[in-house]
Design a protein around this ligand. Structure first.
Ligand code: BGC
Length: 724
């Protein structure tokens, strides 16, 4: 499209107050169509004649703004009258908020002013056209939003009358070359949850528990006098004594401050979001009626495609927690967590979770956009920033890892994510889009290692948060050069496969892969930690797989059937066991409910997946306030084992997107039944096993030709429903 519009901003700064931009225009003739194109330096909400345009929350979403700023297109034909008023409120959003809050002073913000660019194109029935575009004939006013940003929440003055003023705007000369049409999913309001309970804590705090950790905001109704105040804080948990606890939000204030007008009024924040299960009413006029509160979940509009269920209620709660973890962290980009002063697109987290994510929901569009941002952020030398979009200051060290370098298993998102999206959905466009970025990642490693055919001498996040290392370092005990080298091997093998799909010459990558594997075998002949064993098995490094699997199984038995793995080892742990004859031990870990385990958090009341195995300890105390999120999806990656091994629904590399399917269910005595389904591009694939008259029964529904492995037998079947 051609932009005639210019960015506009208030002539005199409004400080922290969010501006409303306004334009009145007349349409004297019959309209065929009216289309709005719009984006902002910040996040915006547009209205025409009082009606909200579209349902996109936090538009224009988050991208690498200086290179790729999405604009949205809305059909506004039904709203157009003869005399029209168009308004746009612009909040700070990701563009202008202080991000990576723990590295930046609380008062730091962007140097850019709030600005909007909008163009309304009207086609009349007489064949003529008209364009209404932002320019210096528009006006601006101070909105009732006195403050609003990503981490700190909102201050709103319902008594404000400033909205009715008309102050001048000026054109803000910004290049428009970075404007791109909407590429990702829009973000919308989803579930509405009523309070689960209202309590007064031992400290006397008035607290509402929504019964579910989620991302979004609340809506409340209050009967008040003008000037009364409502002040609300957010939290994910109550502490040991049952008091409100949100120290783990670190510098993120995450508050709603609302100044009431007279009478009954309903308010919900816009242009910001919170991660929470509990709210504390720090100030609230009158009696508290829980019915006056609703929590609204807000996340990307992805279609749910996966279902997991079993005969074990704790396991079912874990499945639910994994889905909620994805909802809470797929708000336009895959974030590590939605509550504290991070909420960033940490690459490692996305990498470990992408397979689960792609089965739970249709995330093809979501990842297409985020991976385009990853490629846009990649350094000249091919390095991949730790977070995408990259907001880490250039001179900072994050957990001792310099932001100018890349970490193994984090940067590998460049290769692993596109490959998985291709496998799940079968469209090679994602590989075409990303191939250059994938190759550049491998080349970066090749050019930045101390020893050829390994990745040594780098600085990494290690097996982040593993339990076997020095707790303060947070990086686990696994050898970081080993982790880096095996990921180098794995990603190289995937680049070779991707290149083949695209018909490229991959001889060099194939040779490189072989050399890396040989070199790793020489340099790292033995494995110490659980994670080292897991990686050696899962990435086909171990030569004597049986011996390594036996040793891993023994380590787990010796640890009384507990894991000690972190972000790197955990996603592949159960696979490494079940691929090598130890499904029973994989199930023991899955069903374990004492610390550390997945079900331990369930036992402790989790409604999402925790960042730490001991986010809350057995005695109710918390791990740490500095790094302790209760909505961190990474360990939820275990769901891909449930889909792929327990239920046994697997993709086939040479017929991706479930064009062909392998079913290889793996039952276990400790469960009476298990069910999984994935809505694929070809239809629904499902696998159910259950006990019937003393025997195991399997029900397989396949939308495509499939190979079924059951009880040591193999069947080749066409699309259909089968009982074994
Ligand atoms: C994030 C993680 C991330 C890590 C890097 C943390 O602060 O929350 O999920 O991957 O830093 O090690």
């Amino acid at each position: 499209m051609t932009w005639y519009a210019e960015y506009i901003t208030p002539t005199d700064s409004f400080g922290e107050i969010a501006p409303i931009f306004k334009k009145n225009f007349t349409c004297g003739k019959k309209i065929v169509k009216a289309t709005l194109y719009i984006t902002a330096i910040g996040v915006y909400e547009a209205r025409i004649n009082g009606s909200r345009v579209g349902d996109f929350i936090m538009a224009p979403g988050w991208t690498v703004y200086n290179k790729r700023l999405q604009y949205q297109q809305y059909d506004i034909t039904p709203y157009i009258k003869e005399d029209n008023t168009f308004t746009v409120t612009v909040g700070k959003g990701w563009y202008r908020s202080r991000l990576a809050g723990w590295l930046r002073p609380v008062d730091e913000g962007s140097s850019l002013p709030p600005a909007v660019i909008a163009q309304i194109e009207i086609a009349y029935s007489d064949g003529t056209r008209e364009t209404v575009a932002t320019d210096n004939t528009w006006t601006a006013a101070r909105s009732p939003i006195l403050f609003c940003d990503i981490y700190d929440g909102v201050v709103y003055d319902a008594t404000s009358t400033e909205e009715n003023t008309d102050l001048p705007v000026k054109v803000f000369p910004l290049d428009k070359g970075n404007l791109i049409p909407q590429q990702g999913e829009k973000v919308i309001e989803q579930e509405r949850l009523k309070p689960f309970r209202y309590i007064v804590t031992p400290k006397g705090e008035r607290v509402i528990d929504f019964g579910q950790n989620l991302t979004g905001y609340i809506e409340f109704t209050v009967n008040a006098k003008a000037g009364d105040r409502v002040s609300i804080s957010h939290a994910e948990i109550l502490d040991k004594d049952g008091n409100f606890y949100n120290e783990n939000y670190r510098s993120a204030k995450a508050k709603i401050e609302y100044i009431c007008r007279d009478g009954k009024q309903t308010f919900k924040p816009t242009l910001t979001f919170f991660g929470f299960q509990y709210i504390r009413l720090d100030e609230f006029p009158g009696e508290v009626n829980p019915d006056d509160f609703t929590a609204i979940a807000v996340y990307s509009d992805m279609k749910k495609t996966g279902t997991l269920a079993s005969s074990n209620s704790m396991l079912n709660r874990l499945f639910s927690n994994i889905f909620w973890g994805q909802k809470g962290n797929f708000l336009d980009i895959p974030t590590d967590c939605p509550q504290r002063d991070e909420r960033l697109g940490w690459t490692g987290d996305a990498q470990v979770f992408v397979r689960t994510a792609s089965y739970n929901y249709d995330v093809e569009k979501f990842f297409t956009k985020w991976l385009a941002d990853l490629a846009a952020e990649q350094g000249e030398d091919g390095h991949v920033p730790h977070v995408i979009p990259n907001v880490l200051p250039d001179d900072s060290d994050v957990g001792t890892v310099s932001v100018k370098r890349s970490s193994a298993a984090w940067g590998d998102a460049a290769v692993i994510c596109p490959w998985q999206i291709y496998l799940t959905y079968g469209d090679k466009t994602i590989l075409e889009n990303q191939y250059d970025s994938m190759c550049r990642w491998i080349d970066y490693i090749t050019n930045n290692t101390k020893d050829a055919y390994l990745w040594t001498g780098g600085k990494h996040y290690g097996d982040w948060l593993a339990l076997d290392g020095d707790i303060k370092s947070r990086r686990g005990a696994s050898n970081e050069d080993f982790i880096a080298s095996v990921y180098y091997a794995y990603s190289t093998s995937l680049v070779a496969k991707a290149g083949k799909v695209l018909g490229r010459d991959v001889t060099e990558y194939e040779k490189l892969y072989k050399k890396i594997v040989m070199q790793i075998r020489k340099a790292f002949p033995t494995y110490k930690t659980q994670t080292e064993h897991v990686l050696a098995l899962y990435f086909d490094i171990a030569e004597d797989k049986k011996a390594v699997a036996d040793s891993l199984a023994q380590m787990i038995r010796d640890n009384d059937y507990h894991l000690s793995t972190g972000f790197v080892g955990t996603p592949y742990l159960l696979h490494a066991l079940s691929d090598n004859g130890y499904s029973d031990i994989a199930y023991s870990l899955l069903l374990q409910d004492t610390f550390p385990s997945w079900l331990f958090s369930v036992k402790m009341g989790a409604t999402t997946v925790w960042e730490h195995w001991d986010g809350i300890r057995e005695d109710g105390s918390v791990w740490d306030s500095m790094m302790n999120s209760y909505n961190h999806y990474a360990y939820g990656a275990v769901a891909d084992w449930v889909y792929g091994v327990a239920a046994g629904i697997q993709t086939v590399e040479n017929a991706p997107g479930f064009e062909k399917i392998v079913f290889a269910p793996t039952p276990d005595d400790r469960l009476d039944w298990l069910y999984a389904s994935i809505e694929t591009r070809f239809g629904t694939a499902s696998s159910r096993w259950y006990r019937f008259e003393g025997k195991l029964r399997y029900e397989i529904v396949t939308p495509s030709p499939a190979t079924v492995h059951i009880d040591g037998k193999t069947y080749h079947v066409e699309r259909g429903t089968y009982i074994f």
